[in-house]
Design a protein around this ligand. Structure first.
Ligand SMILES: Nc1ncnc2c1ncn2[C@@H]1O[C@H](COP(=O)(O)OP(=O)(O)OP(=O)(O)O)[C@@H](O)[C@H]1O
Ligand SMILES: [Mg+2]
Length: 380
C-alpha cells in the first residue's frame, strides 16, 4: 500500500492523476470529489467544480489551493483540470498499436469487437478496461443465448403456493445495467458480450440493430422498447481458432456494427513478464524454456497455432509445485506433454496426430535448451 500523501508534498501547481465521483456531502459548493491522487490516499478531501472533469473518468489535475491546512478534520484540496489521464490498462499486455486504436474507440464510445485466438487475453482485457477507466463491468456469456430475449431476461420455472408451476422472468445483468445506466448518467457501464460467436445466429441478428444508431432494445417484461443510454458501451469477444471456425458465423452486416480489433498472443518477452510476476519462484531460465516451446508451437506452419497463455500458466503451476519443483527442469518434458500436447487432438505418442506433432516440437525445443528428454518417446 503506498503511503498517504503529506500536505507538504501537495504544493499548489503539482499535477496528479485522480478519478472523481459526485460529492455526496450536502450543502457543498463542489460537485465532484476524489479521495486518492496518483493512487495514494489524499490527506484531505479533493474537490473540484471544473466542468471539464467527468465523473468516473481518470484525469490529470493540478493542485490550486489547500484550505485549512492546520486542521486534521476539516479543509479541502482544491484542484483544476489539466488534461486526460494517460491511457493505461493494468495487468494486461497489449500490443502498442492495438492499445492506441483501443483508446480511440473507447473515447468515441464505439462498439468494439475483440477478435483473437483462445487465451490471448480478450476477457482479462475487457475487465481491466473497466477497472482502469472506472466503468461498471457487466460480464455476459453469450454461449447459452438461444433467443434474442435471452440477452435481457431468463425464464425461471418455480412452484407456486398451490404447487403448480409458474414462470417468472428474471432480468439479466445486461438489462439491469441498462436500467441502472438510465438512472445514473454520471456512471459509465461496459457490457462485455463474451463468446458472441457462440450464440444462435437468429438471436444475434435481433440484437444487432440495438447496437447501431437506433440504440433501443425490447424490454420483454415491460413489453416496450427502452433506449440504450449513452453511458453504456459494448465490447464483444469472438474466437476464431480452428476449433471454432464452424461456429464463427457472424455475417458482414453484423460485424459492421462493431469496430474490430485483432489481438494475438503476447510476444515472448511480454509473456515472460506476465508469468514471472505470477510465478516468482520459477527461475527465469525455466520460464524461458516454457515460453520458447509455446512460441514454436504457435508459429508452426502445420499446427492450428492456438496455444493459450492458460497453457503456459498451467505448466508453471505444475513446475512450482513441490511435487515437481524438486526435479526442476527435468520435470519439463512430462509437464509439457500434459499441458501442451494435451490441448491438441490425438495423442503425444501418435506422430500422425496434432498432439504427436506438438510433442516432436517440444522435444526439439527442449533438446536445444539442453533439457534432458527421456528416450522412451517415439518422436524424433
Ligand atoms: N495479453 C495478456 N496479458 C496478460 N495476461 C494474459 C494475456 N493473454 C492471456 N493472459 C492470461 O491468460 C489467461 C486467459 O486469458 P483470457 O481468459 O483473457 O483469454 P481469452 O482471449 O478471453 O480466451 P477465450 O477465447 O478462451 O475466452 C488469463 O489467466 C490471463 O490472465
Ligand atoms: Mg474469454
Amino acid at each position: 500500500m503506498p503511503a498517504k500523501w503529506t500536505l507538504e508534498e501537495l504544493t499548489p501547481g503539482r499535477t496528479v492523476e485522480a478519478t472523481f465521483f459526485p460529492n455526496p456531502a450536502e450543502a457543498t459548493e463542489f460537485r465532484l470529489r476524489a479521495t486518492h491522487l496518483d493512487g495514494r490516499r489524499a490527506p484531505k478531501v479533493v474537490l473540484t467544480n471544473d466542468e471539464r472533469v467527468v465523473a468516473g473518468v481518470p484525469c490529470l489535475v493540478q493542485v490550486v489551493a489547500i484550505h485549512k491546512p492546520d486542521r486534521e478534520d476539516r479543509g479541502r484540496i482544491e484542484v483544476e483540470y489539466v488534461g486526460k489521464a494517460p491511457f493505461k490498462i493494468e495487468g494486461v499486455y497489449l500490443d502498442p498499436v492495438v492499445s492506441k486504436k483501443l483508446q480511440v474507440l473507447l473515447e468515441a464510445g464505439l462498439n468494439i469487437l475483440l477478435d483473437g485466438p483462445q487465451g490471448c487475453g480478450k476477457t482479462v482485457l475487457a475487465r481491466s478496461i473497466a477497472d482502469s477507466l472506472g466503468m461498471e463491468f457487466v460480464f455476459f456469456n453469450c454461449g447459452a443465448v438461444v433467443e434474442a430475449s435471452d440477452f435481457f431476461v431468463s425464464i425461471q420455472v418455480k412452484a407456486s403456493a398451490s404447487g403448480a408451476p409458474v414462470t417468472d422472468f428474471v432480468k439479466t445483468d445486461i438489462l439491469i445495467a441498462m436500467e441502472e445506466a438510465g438512472d445514473n448518467p454520471e456512471r459509465k457501464y461496459l457490457v462485455f458480450l463474451d463468446e458472441l460467436n457462440r450464440c444462435q445466429e437468429s438471436a444475434r441478428n435481433a440484437l444487432m440493430p440495438a447496437l447501431d444508431a437506433t440504440r433501443r432494445v425490447f424490454h420483454p417484461i415491460e413489453n416496450t422498447f427502452i433506449p440504450i443510454p449513452d453511458n453504456v458501451q459494448f465490447i464483444a469477444a469472438v474466437n476464431r481458432g480452428r476449433e471454432f471456425s464452424g461456429t464463427f458465423g457472424i455475417d458482414a452486416a453484423q460485424l459492421d456494427r462493431f469496430a474490430p480489433l485483432q489481438m494475438t498472443y503476447p510476444p515472448p518477452k511480454a509473456e515472460l513478464d506476465i508469468l514471472s510476476k505470477r510465478h516468482p519462484s520459477i527461475s527465469v531460465a525455466n520460464l524461458q524454456v516454457i515460453i520458447d516451446v509455446a512460441h514454436e508451437i504457435r508459429t508452426a506452419a502445420d499446427l492450428p497455432g492456438t496455444l493459450s497463455v492458460r497453457a503456459t500458466d498451467e505448466a508453471c503451476v505444475y513446475l512450482e509445485h513441490p511435487l515437481f519443483a524438486d526435479d526442476g527442469k527435468r520435470s519439463l518434458p512430462e509437464i509439457l506433454k500434459t499441458s501442451f500436447c494435451g490441448r491438441f487432438p490425438g495423442s503425444w505418442d501418435d506422430v500422425t496426430s496434432d498432439a504427436g506433432a506438438v510433442w516432436a516440437l517440444v522435444r526439439k525445443t527442449l533438446a536445444a535448451a539442453k533439457v534432458p528428454v527421456p528416450d522412451d518417446a517415439p518422436a524424433k
